[in-house]
Design a protein around this ligand. Structure first.
Ligand code: UDP
Ligand code: MG
Length: 327
């Protein structure tokens, strides 16, 4: 089995050499055990770094037989960089593992991922078993975020970042998803492939600082909801209905006040108009939102289905040929 590791790097000059060394040692042990073939490789994706990251990748490419590199002309962000890497290698390997170049994820989990792949799983997610290495605020925000996602109907794997294995055919299918606000953690479960999870024990960053600025993190968080769920629009409609109900109660209250108290002239009509118009506006936004939601889903052009197997006499030979290549 030919394994490709895709690792995005943005201003990672402080960790890259060390990370390549650790990955190489690990690679050699997997080759030695016969788990992956010796032509497996590590692809570093340089995401428009401003430091000497690309020079280091060039150096590694010259001196390390496993290292490949791809340079993006400018910074496009973590998700797009991973996508670029996976699309670059999808026709050259049997499976890809994506891992951050700071190697905070658990290397041993990769061996398990390879085992799961051989058992027939197309996608294997690394799930963080402990987030002690993350700062408290980040950790608790992440946990509540996953819960909100779940409530809004986004199919994401709890505590999984982008440390995962994908088979070649899963990558092929992923290439059909042409959306721009990329949130891979949402798209991949949506594809529906047979998947497994392995434990990922996170460690501290060995050098350098986090490249995920608050702005980048917020964008990712917003994409993680708005790229998958139109439930917020339904909530607007529901709120409109609720406000209409409140308007009725206010109507009774206002009428009672009108007949029993001395009230300022004009208050009755004003109160009723404000509530009534408010709820009508909300309902209308909800209706418009419903249509926009439909259009939003249409423009994404996501594939309608995903073929697992075809039983076809003509294809039989080519399929068994492909299978024997994987083993
Ligand atoms: N990264 C990237 N482009 C960016 C930001 C980050 O390719 O614009 C890479 C970065 O080099 C690292 C990975 O994404 O390999 C995750 O970033 P980081 O470790 O800084 O995030 P954290 O682990 O702190 O969430
Ligand atoms: Mg990190």
């Amino acid at each position: 089995m030919r394994l490709a590791i895709v690792s995005p790097c943005y201003n990672e000059q402080d960790v890259l050499k060390d990370s390549a060394e650790r990955l190489t040692v690990f690679f050699e042990s997997l080759i030695h055990k016969g788990k992956i073939s010796s032509d497996s490789f590590i692809l570093y994706v340089n995401d428009g770094s401003k430091d000497s990251t690309w020079n280091i990748i060039n150096e590694l490419y010259e001196n390390n037989p496993y290292v490949w590199g791809v340079n993006l002309v400018c910074n496009v962000g973590h998700q797009n960089a991973i996508m670029a890497g996976m699309m670059t290698v999808k026709d050259t390997c049997d499976a890809v593992i994506t891992i951050d170049s700071d190697l905070q994820d658990d290397l041993n989990a990769m061996e398990e991922m390879v085992d799961r792949f051989k058992e027939g799983y197309d996608v294997v997610y690394g799930v963080k078993v402990s987030r002690e290495a993350d700062p408290f605020l980040k950790r608790s925000m992440a946990v509540s975020y996953y819960k909100i996602q779940d409530k809004l109907g986004v199919k994401a794997i709890y505590n999984h970042a982008d440390f995962r294995l994908m088979s070649r055919r899963a990558l092929e299918q992923l290439s059909l998803y042409q959306e721009k606000n990329l949130y891979l953690r949402g798209i991949i479960p949506l594809m529906g492939y047979k998947s497994a999870t392995v434990d990922d024990v996170i460690s501290e960053r060995t050098a350098g600082k986090s490249k995920y600025t608050l702005r980048k993190m917020l964008k990712l968080a917003i994409d993680g909801i708005t790229s998958f769920s139109i439930r917020p629009m339904h909530l607007i409609f529901a709120m409109g209905l609720l406000f209409l109900l409140v308007t009725m109660l206010i109507f009774v209250y206002v009428l009672v006040s009108f007949f029993t108290h001395h009230i300022v002239p004009g208050w009755t009509s004003l109160m009723l108009s404000v509530w009534f118009i408010g709820s009508v506006i909300m309902l209308s936004i909800g209706v418009v939102g419903e249509y926009i939601g439909k259009m939003y889903i249409e423009v994404k052009h996501r594939p309608l289905y995903n073929v697992d197997k075809i039983l076809d006499k003509e294809l039989k030979d080519s399929l068994s040929e492909a299978k024997s290549k994987v083993k």
